[in-house]
Design a protein around this ligand. Sequence first.
Ligand code: MSP
Length: 644
Amino acid sequence: MSKYITTPIYYVNGEAHIGHAYTTFIADTMTRYEKLKGENTYFLTGTDEHGQKIEESAQKNGKPTQEFADEISASFKNLWDEFEINYDKFIRTTDEDHKKGVQKAFEVMHAKGDIYKDFYEGHYCVSCETFFPETQLIDGEYCPDCGRSTSVVKEESYFFRLSKYEDALLKHYSDNPNFILPRSRANEVINFVKGGLRDLSVTRTSFTWGVKMPESMHDDKHVMYVWLDALLNYITALGYGKDNANMRYWPASTQFVGKDILRFHAIYWPAFLMSLDLPLPKRIGAHGWWTRDGEKMSKSKGNVIAPKEVADVYGVENLRYFMLREVPFGQDGDFSQRAFIDRINSELSNDLGNLLNRIIGMSGKYSEYEIDSVDVEKFHKKEIDAMNIILDSLDSYMENLQTHRYLEELWKLFSIGNKAIEEHAPWVKMKEDKKDEALATVALVANILAKASIMLSPVMPKTTNIVADALNFTIDNSSYKELILDKKLLKLFNIKVVPPLFPRVDEPLMPEAPAAEPNKQEDDKKEVTVAAKEEDNLIEIGQFFETSLKVGVVIEAEEVPKSKTLLKLQVDLGNGVIKQVLAGIREFYSAESLLNTQVCVVANLKPAKLMGMVSEGMLLAAKDEDGLCLIRPEKPKKAGTPIG
Ligand code: MSP
């Protein structure tokens, strides 16, 4: 079976930042991992070049739109090439083949009866390239996703019958619980669909920078809505609408997206595919957002990090390692030079780099760089067993996109190696004339390094090639089979001396982020906490029990953009029930501090919408003039334990 892995296609209204690099790194890592395992894998990335946003950016830059798009698209491509991203195709939505594929898809949807012409009247956010009904706007004007001002659009438009696919989508989510990863995000999507889907306006007449209508429609006033155009890239790249040359890769095995564009990929995209009678992707992996030193990155704050700037001073592979190690997939991550430097010094330089240096040094001293694994099993059965258990566990972490756990477990191999050296002290054995034992320990560690570098190679391909070169073997599918799957040890070989892989970093190598400006934005007024209120009315006990109170565990927590008060929480209520709660407690609790803590939840509240997001419960809290505190069980209780 083949694999098909995609990144979102990046808008060409600005240069790449580390958020873009992160998606690209995970997708590249996953691709390399599948290839290492011998899977036939196709990896797509590219640029999204149409729409009002790009047209306006080009105008601001005083350039013809195509020229502007060419320049920025090339800057993405050059960056990925410089970073040795192993893509099979870099698609541009201005490619002729892509445009033809989009027109073809439009015709198929139309022939299916899924496209009709009507009038669109509503609000449009150019930055998000999204239509919103008035009820979802903040203060009747601002975009619920990015907070920018929306404009009123009233124009003739073709619509896609999204509403027709509501039930089929809900069925798909429930039949395929791993369709959206992390699973907690699925809840958000399901609630959105359950809230009712409106047909989607899929053409625009007010501007021209888009894919033209197919000639068969005889309606050249319209251009395609940018999200219809963009989402279809995942199949036009494979030859849809042309020669279907690579359509055998469809359906995609993993489509990586940021959490902000999950809705487009988990609702619109599958509905488009159903309309085209094509299978749906196996899964959509939605990652979190990166901040810098705890602050949201934005051009206006001047704190956006260019990946090239980081890579130039710290090394692109170190950056890959840091980003994939630092955050659990799906959660937000913070880029700080301190955290980055700590990981370089302690994990890369100390744990991995030093181990290799020690092996080079000891093998040189004791055996003229010759390594023989012949006695490893005899003296190090315990270590070999422990190593194999770890190696066996790795695949499921990577396949479930848990890169941080994958690397955390992988690093345990280096502890085994370091511990074996301390415990067996080969230098003492040499003095005691037990050379075979000393050499067995050196060979054990050489084998640990070899196996670890195979498994680390998808994350750090160049660095691990240097390790492999020092250990005289090649990282590829056949060494993966031999050393990892068949658990064999290296054969007799000579070590090559290589310079230290990870020089220590003592001081930050880049200028620090500019100091943060206080957030001047007006906050929303709504809060979802239980306010203390004196009750005069006595109630029956039965009335009290109508309220379902439960112990919950916060499994995800994040700040709601544009709100000073709201945190968005995913709360595990046991038995697979995860509820999204918008809680007005941000002034009193940080999102991180709530992670994995217990809370008391009103679990049977009717869902309510706040700032365009659904809230399905309330947290119990007490608030007085000193502030607010959450009510929590005195001792940990299982998620879902009833309170009362
Ligand atoms: N063009 C659309 C995607 C169309 S896919 C058919 C788009 N482009 S984008 O350039 O704005 O964003 C691309 C990706 O970068 C998104 O997945 C988005 O989540 C991600 N990120 C943008 N800022 C980010 C961070 N600060 N951190 C992590 N990822 C972020 O949306």
